[in-house]
Design a protein around this ligand. Structure first.
Ligand SMILES: [Zn+2]
Ligand SMILES: [Zn+2]
Length: 272
């Protein structure tokens, strides 16, 4: 029995990373509303309230849209399985994994069991493939999440400073101020970790964009570099350069060149 096709990231079963991302988001929303807001001085409270809730709403909307989009290859909707390769028109080819007629830039995602137009990677946090239809939304989400996380960190520092310098004011705003301070520390640490991971992703995607690569291309190139290095060590014979291999493979549809693209796609179910 073949693996079922996943259409969107909201299709069951949900991914544990995806559930984790919504739990962290809900945690931040609660901490902002019941821990930060009552303990911040009035001026900071207004600034934080406006900036945090605006970025929060945008993050939630972008996450929902990126998850709900079906990034399938556009030809999939009109294609019939097991079409003969001779029926392909210019710009199309046949996926040897699902036998569908797809665009030349499509790749087959092993997690979703479907071909994705300009496949970048399968995102565990969104439980969906990232392709041409949702890549820009995915990048916008990373930047808004960066702003949202930075606000939580900066205003935690404001609260720490308030506690140190104006302890009587801080304590007068809430009962059990130690509990509020402890939750502020936890929120600070959680968001430092989120910021580190998210900043890595933004840096990585900025780098591959400058190089004109997708995440998939990058993994393919890295794997081939490693294979070439091992070949050189084993045989001592000069092998084709990494760049020439990459140039040959980057426009394939993921079904030839003896490279198991499904494995690579599964391997790079992103590491966010
Ligand atoms: Zn396919
Ligand atoms: Zn996928």
């Amino acid at each position: 029995m073949s693996k079922p096709i996943r259409r969107t990231g909201f299709q069951l079963p949900l991914n544990s990373y995806q559930i984790g991302s919504w739990v962290i988001n809900l945690f931040n929303l609660l901490m902002s509303s019941i821990i930060y807001m009552p303990t911040l001085p009035l001026g900071s409270q207004v600034a934080y309230g406006i900036l945090f809730y605006i970025t929060e709403v945008i993050v939630v909307i972008l996450a929902i849209v990126a998850t709900a989009i079906d990034p399938s290859d556009i030809f999939l909707k009109s294609s019939t399985k097991s079409k003969d390769a001779m029926e392909c028109e210019i710009g199309q080819s046949i996926c040897t994994i699902c036998n569908s007629t797809v665009g030349n830039l499509s790749k087959h995602c092993g997690e979703c069991n479907k071909c994705v137009d300009q496949f970048d990677h399968h995102c565990k946090w969104l439980n969906n493939c990232i392709g041409v239809r949702n890549y820009s939304i995915f990048i916008s989400l990373l930047w808004c999440l960066e702003a949202n996380t930075l606000l939580l960190i900066i205003f935690a520092i404001v609260l720490f400073s308030e506690f140190n310098n104006n302890r009587s004011d801080y304590s007068s705003r809430v009962d059990n101020h130690e509990v509020y301070l402890a939750f502020t520390v936890i929120t600070f640490i959680v968001n430092l970790l989120v910021l580190a991971g998210n900043t890595y992703l933004i840096t990585f995607h900025s780098y591959i964009k400058c190089k004109g690569m997708s995440t998939f291309d990058f993994i393919l190139m890295r794997r081939e570099k490693k294979a070439n290095q091992e070949n050189k060590k084993d045989s001592g014979v000069k092998t084709p350069s990494d760049n020439s291999f990459y140039a040959e493979n980057k426009n394939t549809t993921g079904k030839d060149k003896n490279v198991n693209h499904e494995d690579i796609a599964a391997e790079f179910s992103d590491k966010r």
